[in-house]
Each structure stands twice: as structure tokens, then as C-alpha cells.
Design a protein around this ligand. Structure first.
Ligand SMILES: O=P(O)(O)OC[C@H]1O[C@H](O[C@H]2O[C@H](CO)[C@@H](O)[C@H](O)[C@H]2O)[C@H](O)[C@@H](O)[C@@H]1O
Length: 279
């Protein structure tokens, strides 16, 4: 039997994770909080592996209350120009981060809420149902593999069965070959393959975000940990922005945080700084 992961309304298993050791050499330090300008910058944040530590399954994660508090304060000091940019669906982000209300890009760019308090909107068509069903069959037939159904994509997680990575990869390739190549994209994430239509990605969604208030005219600072974040890192230059990676160096980044804990500390320092009033 495959396991379809769903998030029960307002109910998540909360696991307190050990903080991983900050082992990475920090040769490229991110900007000091003293140099940060609350009136000129926008903060864009990937979630899993950047703001919070990985858990064994998508539901077994912990969002520290102190992080929600920090993000709430920082959002206010930025005049609302703070956005979560995640592969998770927006409704999952809202449950995980409740009661925080911030701008969000979800589903790898398929959905967005371009400012805090706005109504959610979809920017993409749902994943092809036949493709979804055939991919679900991989989880059905492979012990330890979890299928995370999302409206716009499907994630096949092998964190609990790492030995299945190559088998899953080849099965996905075999199935996707039956669909138009320009319609299907496979994102290899952290112990996961995400299959989605090619039409949207985080970078395209961030480009749209940066055209609307309160983000318009600001310089985006984006933090991400994964190759699935590269579509954002690679377009930041269009807005004079800066990218920072987490846990490892990635292309188009100017600095690296060792761990999500270090990211959380940096954000805490940013929200403590004085906001310069917007004219
Ligand atoms: O874009 P992100 O915010 O980084 O989200 C990427 C995916 O994160 C989640 O999966 C990852 O985190 C899980 C919980 O720690 C972990 O078990 C899994 O192995 C990771 O790949 C989420 O479940 C996906 O929907 C996101 O696309």
C-alpha cells in the first residue's frame, strides 16, 4: 500500500528535532544585520532545510514558536515585504506557520498570496490526473516510499527508503517519457523527486511577486538550500538581489549559512534592527 500524506485540518505531528551541528566552513558570510536596510530590502525564504530542519516525513517537522514570532516582527518592519517561497502547498504552510500571516509562494510557484492577508490564487493548472495516478503506483509498489499528493504536483519521498532512489528515478523517467517532454519536469530535491508541469517554478513566481507592492522597488534577499531553489537564485540579479544558500554552496549565491538554526538567528537579529521609515 502506498501512503498518501494529507495534513489533517489544524493538526500536525510535532517532533522536536536535534539541531544539526554547524559544521560548514563559513568562508562567505551573509550580510551583517547592521548593514541591512528594512526600507530597501525584501526577505524571501525557502522553508524546508532553510528555516526548519528536515524531518523523517513531511508531517514530522517542527516550526519553533520563536521563529513565527521573529517572522511576524520582521514582516512588520519590512512593511509586509517578507515571503515564504516553498514547494509545499499554501494550505500546508498556513497550518505549519499558524497564526502567522505573510505573503507566500507555494507549490513551487503554482500558488501565491502576494501580500499578507490577500486571498490565495492559483497560477497553474493541476497536474495531469493520468500522470499522477501512474506515479502513485510507484509508491504503492515500493515499501518505504511516500507519495505526497499536491494539487499541482506530486512528490515521491524516499527518506525512509534511501536504497530505492535509483529505482524510483528510473520508474519516474519511464512513466514521464509517455507524456510531452515540455509538459513535465522532475525536480530532484532532498530525498524526494517532485514531478510537476514545466510551466511554473519558484523563479517565475518570484519575478511576479517583485512587480507588486510591497515588494516592488525593493532588493530581494532570498535564502534557499536546494537545487529546486536555483530558479530563484538565477533571477535575483534582475532585481539587484542577493542569494544565500544554506548547508552548502549553490550557484548564484553570495554567502552561505551553515544550518537553519543559523538562519533563524540571523532573522532574529534582522528583526531587532531599527526599521528605516518608508518615504
Ligand atoms: O521548497 P521547500 O520549502 O524547501 O520545500 C521542499 C519540499 O519540502 C518537503 O519535503 C522535504 O522536507 C520533508 C520534511 O522535513 C522531508 O521529509 C523530505 O525528505 C524533504 O524532501 C515537502 O514535503 C515538500 O512538499 C516540499 O516540496
Amino acid at each position: 500500500m502506498h501512503q498518501i500524506l494529507t495534513l489533517p485540518e489544524k493538526e500536525l505531528q510535532v517532533v522536536t528535532m536535534e539541531e544539526p551541528p554547524g559544521s560548514l566552513k563559513k568562508s562567505r558570510r551573509p550580510m551583517s544585520a547592521d548593514d541591512f536596510d528594512h526600507a530597501a530590502n525584501a526577505i524571501l525564504l525557502d522553508v524546508d532545510g532553510t528555516l526548519i530542519e528536515f524531518g523523517p516525513t513531511p508531517l514530522d517537522v517542527h516550526v519553533p514558536p520563536s521563529l513565527k514570532h521573529t517572522l511576524s516582527k520582521l514582516r512588520d518592519k519590512l512593511g509586509g515585504a517578507l515571503c515564504l517561497v516553498s514547494g509545499r502547498p499554501l494550505e500546508h504552510l498556513d497550518i505549519l506557520f499558524s497564526p502567522l500571516n505573510v505573503a507566500c509562494i507555494g507549490g513551487h510557484g503554482a500558488e501565491n498570496r502576494l501580500a499578507p492577508g490577500q486571498v490565495l490564487s492559483a497560477t497553474a493548472a493541476p497536474i495531469d490526473p493520468e500522470l499522477r495516478n501512474r506515479l502513485l503506483g510507484i509508491a504503492t509498489n515500493t515499501p518505504g516510499v511516500l507519495a505526497e499528493g499536491k494539487k499541482y504536483s506530486l512528490a515521491l519521498h524516499y527518506r525512509l527508503a534511501p536504497e530505492q532512489e535509483e529505482y524510483i528515478r528510473s520508474e519516474i523517467e519511464r512513466i514521464c517519457a509517455d507524456f510531452p517532454a515540455d509538459a513535465v519536469e522532475v525536480l530532484p530535491g532532498k530525498a524526494v523527486f517532485e514531478i510537476k508541469p514545466r510551466a511554473f517554478n519558484k523563479g517565475v513566481a518570484v519575478r511576479a511577486l517583485m512587480e507588486v507592492p510591497p515588494f516592488k522597488g525593493r532588493k530581494p534577499i532570498f535564502l534557499g538550500d536546494d537545487v529546486t531553489d536555483e530558479s530563484v537564485f538565477s533571477m535575483l540579479g534582475e532585481f539587484n538581489g542577493i542569494g544565500y544558500s544554506v548547508g552548502r554552496d549553490l550557484n548564484f549565491t553570495e554567502g552561505t549559512f551553515a544550518t537553519p538554526r543559523e538562519v533563524r538567528h540571523w532573522l532574529y537579529e534582522l528583526q531587532r534592527g531599527n526599521a528605516i521609515s518608508v518615504s
